[in-house]
Design a protein around this ligand. Structure first.
Ligand code: ADP
Length: 255
């Protein structure tokens, strides 16, 4: 069998334009909607570039199995799952090392913002379903799930906003797409609490110098703040409709 070595595409041109025409510090298009599932306590749907993500939240509810209950606080659990049809080649269904890791880092990020002490022995269950994957799905999942948590009315210190930065063709860039992730030099997903800029998730795949990291991190913080505005907008537009409807309802006169 003849094996043809895959040619690495030129990820960024001399003018700083990327494969999809974006500038180094530009995000892919994002569309976010809150409260899209009837059964869940809270939910959100997110389109981020070619990523499609559904997030659902249940709880706070009694934690099962009981031996996992914490008498002092709620347990924030997360299940990140990539559908078999979400990628080009069918993905083997079910959990694997990657999804277990992503579920863990996302549940840790949420544990730091949810007021867990208010719900002893309870669990707050976050489900993230990746329907279509195109790099940056953990950031997309976190971004959608935060809105789902707020939609469920879970008390939190703030929302969590997430985005990745990295390095492609020698340049530090924001929000890597699939080819950039495959052929680039580094990918650094991060998540912050926008109000305080506390970091609640930070991972790094590849290599960056300290200077490159600092440049990318700043880009990431700015991007998270843009995403934060979109998250708030998604929640406002969902609940503004309810408020309008309530105002329009005729007031029943007492007999
Ligand atoms: P993230 O999606 O958070 O960037 P990774 O860097 O691990 O996480 O994955 C990058 C991309 O690689 C994913 O978004 C997805 O498009 C693709 N990918 C991940 N796992 C698989 C898999 N098992 N099969 C095919 N593609 C995958």
């Amino acid at each position: 069998m003849i094996v043809v070595a895959e040619e690495k595409p030129k990820l960024i041109d001399s003018k700083g334009k990327r494969l999809d025409g974006r500038k180094a510090n530009e995000l892919r298009p994002i569309k976010l909607e809150a409260n899209v599932l009837k059964r869940a306590d809270g939910s959100a749907y997110l389109e981020w570039g070619n990523n499609r993500v559904m997030a659902a939240v249940y709880g706070p509810r009694e934690c099962h199995p009981r031996h996992l209950q914490d008498p002092a606080r709620a347990l924030v659990r997360c299940r990140y799952n990539m559908a078999s049809f979400s990628v080009g080649e069918r993905k083997r269904p079910g959990p694997d090392r990657r999804s277990t890791e992503i579920s863990k880092v996302i549940s840790e990020a949420f544990t730091s913002v949810v007021f867990v002490e208010q719900f002893p022995r309870a669990s707050i269950d976050v489900f993230i379903e990746i329907l279509q994957a195109d790099a940056g799905t953990r950031c997309a999942g976190l971004t959608a799930a935060t809105v789902a948590l707020a939609d469920a009315g879970i008390p939190m210190r703030d929302l969590v906003a997430s985005c990745a930065f990295g390095k492609i063709g020698g340049s530090v860039v924001l929000d890597l797409g699939k080819e950039e992730d495959n052929y680039g030099e580094a990918d650094v997903p991060m998540a912050i609490i926008p109000r305080t800029e506390e970091v609640v998730l930070l991972q790094m795949d590849g290599h960056l110098t300290v200077k490159e990291f600092e440049k990318g991190f700043k880009m990431g913080v700015d991007a998270c703040k843009q995403i934060y505005e979109m998250q708030k907008e998604a929640l406002k537009s969902r609940y503004a409709v309810d408020a309008e409807e309530m105002e329009e309802e005729p007031i029943q006169e007492e007999a």
